[in-house]
Design a binder for this molecule. Structure first.
Ligand SMILES: Cc1ncc(COP(=O)(O)O)c(C=O)c1O
Length: 489
């Protein structure tokens, strides 16, 4: 007997996808055995009261995944292990680990969805000059040869020197170059956590970080972030209750909220960590992108214990495609991290590192940074002004002084996920808050990444979003006053 699914016509998930997921889960759980016949499209369409093409789309996806096989004239059957590809890959992956939660690509003409520097601000000519100077230089052959897991030595020394000047590198520290902050997080998770450990991360948080600290048997517990950064009182309670091993925190212009931790709260956080033996990883990826207000010392600068590990990257300032970041921390940590790095990929691409070094030493990076700060400041002002002007009354949003993101909370009963298709139809996209959630769900929240858009596009995008939100809110309020269930819940 073929089990029939409960299909939900009001769901955001299309019917063919619901049917596909249902049959797939039955096959993977073994409820539908290899060789079992599945109903022809016409029959199942009749039983479920849906269009035959809908059933055919679901079957096509299942067949493409090697889960079912069709025989002309005989209908379709659940595939056995030796079907399509030999190895039942889906089954393997289902047994091994949950699917990583990918973030959808930006797909609207005005996209507030990705936290990236604007490509049209890349100084391509200066970059080309830097590449040529490296390739023509005497070091070119050694740059193209295999190198050290610690990174390209001249860049490493330059970064160490910069770090000493800014008091982020002390005598007991060392530095390792990674493929961006993402790889630094990955290596630190492997090195510093054991199965069963608890790690504290901010909630909401950049999904790339959450995904690293929720794999294996590691448990990530969220600590709320509000406009003033990670909540230190809540942090104290989590430390007491959860006995965590590690805290990963982004004190400046946090992603997704744009929030920054005050100086007294930085000191309080460090004291809590010191008193409880908690290892602190400071993600300072946005630290240099301050457009307004007074500079604050990083945790690494304030740290008296010498144990804070700091990760940084060129990605938010220049050329994220080059994938160059670095970790600064106690020598013992960096030595072990270099071993992990070697196991993972031997070392990072030296050509990228050498070109970035040339770009920096020639003064081009400093000039580019000035331009990024200038344009970032204009974009920040534009996004705050446009939020104030266009978003419905009752909307709350953070007012960062730097970085690339701000966090919006729409008034009830607006749901940012539900409204995204309408926003996209109006030519604008953003990421709903649920992509960043650890354990708190706030349906009205969303992230606006503003740094990639010039002020006029920011204004046009928010004007369009404002219209979508106002219209929906008016509809919901009218339904409410007429005694109907609101359209959005
Ligand atoms: C908070 C945070 N950490 C890490 C990363 C990864 O950065 P990278 O390009 O340096 O790997 C990002 C990128 O968006 C980020 O926002």
């Amino acid at each position: 007997m073929f089990p029939l699914p409960q299909l939900d016509a009001s769901s955001e998930e299309p019917i063919y996808r619901q049917l596909h997921d249902f049959i797939k889960s039955r096959i993977l759980s073994g409820d539908l055995a290899a060789g079992q016949r599945i109903p022809p499209t016409r029959e199942l369409a009749g039983l479920l009261g849906v269009n035959r093409a809908t059933i055919a789309s679901a079957y096509e996806m299942l067949e493409a995944e090697g889960l079912i096989r069709g025989h002309v004239g005989r209908g379709s059957f659940v595939a056995g292990p030796s079907a399509a590809h030999g190895i039942p890959w889906d089954q393997r992956f289902a047994e091994a680990a949950p699917e990583p939660r990918a973030v959808p690509a930006a797909d609207a003409p005005i996209s507030f969805a990705t936290a990236r520097p604007a490509e049209d601000l890349f100084p391509i000519e200066q970059f080309r000059q830097s590449c040529e100077e490296v390739i023509r230089g005497a070091d070119a052959p050694s740059i193209l040869q295999l190198g050290s897991p610690y990174g390209y030595a001249p860049l490493r020394h330059w970064l160490l020197e910069q770090g000493r000047t800014h008091s982020t590198v002390r005598d007991t520290d060392d530095l390792l170059i990674t493929n961006g902050c993402q790889q630094a997080l990955d290596l630190l998770q492997r090195l510093l956590t054991q199965p069963g450990d608890t790690v504290l991360i901010e909630d909401p948080i950049y999904p790339g970080l959450r995904n690293v600290f929720t794999r294996g048997d590691v448990r990530a517990v969220g600590v709320p972030v509000e406009a003033g950064g990670i909540e230190v009182d809540a942090l104290a309670r989590r430390i007491e209750r959860e006995k965590p091993r590690l805290l990963v925190v982004t004190p400046s212009f946090q992603n997704p909220t744009g929030a920054t931790l005050s100086r007294p709260n930085r000191a309080a956080l460090l004291k809590l960590a010191r008193d409880s033996g908690l290892v602190v990883v400071e993600n300072d990826i946005y630290g240099e992108l301050r457009y307004e207000g007074e500079d604050l010392p990083s945790l690494k600068q304030l740290d008296e214990s010498g144990d804070v590990i700091q990760i940084k990257s060129f990605s938010k300032l220049a050329f994220p495609g080059l994938r160059v970041g670095w970790v600064t921390g106690p020598r013992a940590v960096i030595a072990r991290l270099a071993e992990c790095k070697q196991v993972s990929d031997l070392h990072s691409d030296q050509l990228s590192q050498a070109v970035l070094l040339r770009f920096a030493e020639s003064g081009r990076l400093a000039a580019h940074r000035r331009r990024m700060i200038e344009t970032g400041a204009q974009r920040l002002q534009a996004v705050i002004a446009a939020c104030q002007r266009y978003l419905p009354a009752g909307t709350r949003f953070t007012r960062p002084q730097g970085g690339m993101n701000l966090w919006v909370r729409l008034p009830e009963p607006l749901d940012a996920s539900d409204l995204l298709p309408k926003a996209q139809a109006a030519g604008v996209s953003y990421l709903p808050g649920r992509y960043f959630a650890v354990s708190r769900t706030e349906p009205g929240s969303l992230r606006l990444s503003f740094a990639g858009l010039p002020p006029d596009r920011i204004d046009a995008g928010l004007a369009a979003l404002g219209r979508v939100f106002h219209e929906e809110l008016q509809g919901a309020l009218a339904a409410r006053s007429a005694g109907l269930a609101p359209a959005i819940v």
